[in-house]
Design a protein around this ligand. Structure first.
Ligand code: C2E
Ligand code: MG
Ligand code: MG
Ligand code: MG
Length: 282
């Protein structure tokens, strides 16, 4: 095939070729290699009950350790991979690995542990992802509501009607559905009640804004909205006790952030869980 595409290739690499296109190709190949070479890992960040201080669960976050370039943050490769077919095997890799760790290490320590996995909006259109989620949940015999699938608000709002149908179908797997980065995607609020949503993750940018105990009006409004919809909230990116206290006082359910713990390898999470079960709350 290389022979036949000789002319095409020449044309393809014309001098004005965009460097963004080149880096997209390099990253695509890099991720393919990383999957094959075992250079991908999951980090886990605890999610804490803001009222009791106890650990509810954790979010699985992908990590790529490149042999030469070192750690490559997900924000610099996931958005590119989302534009390619590779997002499907990558999403499935994350899901499978997360459920394996959940079954072997987390549920034995906490039978009610909730594990959040990020699902790219690109996967919404793939029937095979829904079936794979179902397959994994059945094969590991995961209890219902153990797995939280996080989808960004933006990806859901692209086509609300088909998204509602798809998510109702996904709910049949037993997983819960959460809206990630909520507040940044210009949701039509009137549509929210038509989606089978279990919770809202309030975007970090609003939490960062809470610098005084008076807090932030947007955050308060989102928490009130969630209460009125009968769903829960997780506040992302809590770094200060002022933020924690404000969210707690306004009825925020759960929180996640450097104040509690940074994302870290599985062993660190199991260590925290083992310590917590003795008597030390996080
Ligand atoms: P996200 O799902 O909104 O994840 C939360 C991000 O906030 C994580 O960044 C986390 O490390 C960071 N974070 C948590 N607490 C704090 C804090 O207190 N302060 C600050 N400054 N940051 C905090 P991370 O791990 O770099 O991931 C970035 C994004 O990449 C994620 O945002 C998610 O959209 C995407 N991503 C990560 N893993 C996966 C994955 O397995 N699949 C897919 N499709 N996307 C992923
Ligand atoms: Mg997330
Ligand atoms: Mg988020
Ligand atoms: Mg985010």
């Amino acid at each position: 095939a290389a022979k036949h595409s000789g002319r095409k290739r020449h044309r393809f690499f014309k001098p004005d070729m965009n460097t963004a296109v080149i880096s997209k190709m390099l990253i695509q190949q890099g991720v393919r290699d990383a999957m094959a070479r075992n250079d991908l890992h999951l980090a886990y960040q605890p999610i804490v009950d803001l009222q009791s201080g106890e650990i509810l669960g954790a979010e699985a976050l992908i990590r790529w350790h490149h042999p030469e370039k070192g750690n490559i943050p997900p924000d610099s490769f996931i958005p590119l991979i989302e534009k390619t077919d590779l997002i499907l095997p990558l999403t499935l890799w994350t899901l499978e690995r997360a459920c394996k760790d959940l079954t072997n290490h987390l549920l034995p320590r906490r039978p009610c542990f909730k594990l959040s996995v990020n699902i790219s909006g690109a996967a919404l259109k793939e029937q095979s992802i829904r079936d794979k989620i179902h397959q994994i949940i059945s094969s590991y015999a995961l209890p219902a509501h153990t797995l939280h699938l996080e989808l960004t608000e933006t990806s859901m709002m692209e086509n609300i009607q088909s998204c509602a149908d798809i998510l109702y179908n996904w709910k049949g797997t037993g997983a819960d559905i959460w809206i990630d980065d909520f507040g940044t995607g210009y949701s039509s609020l009137s549509y929210l009640h038509s989606l089978p949503i279990d919770g809202l993750k309030i975007d970090r940018s609003f939490i960062t804004d809470i610098t005084q105990i008076e807090g932030n009006q947007v955050v308060e409004t989102i928490i009130t909205l969630a209460h009125s919809l009968g769903i829960e909230t997780i506040s992302e990116g809590i770094e200060t006790t002022i933020q924690q206290q404000f969210l707690q006082s306004r009825g925020g359910h759960y929180g996640q952030g450097y104040l509690f713990a940074k994302p870290a390898p599985l062993e660190q999470l199991t260590h925290i869980l083992d310590k917590e079960s003795v008597h030390e709350p996080l």
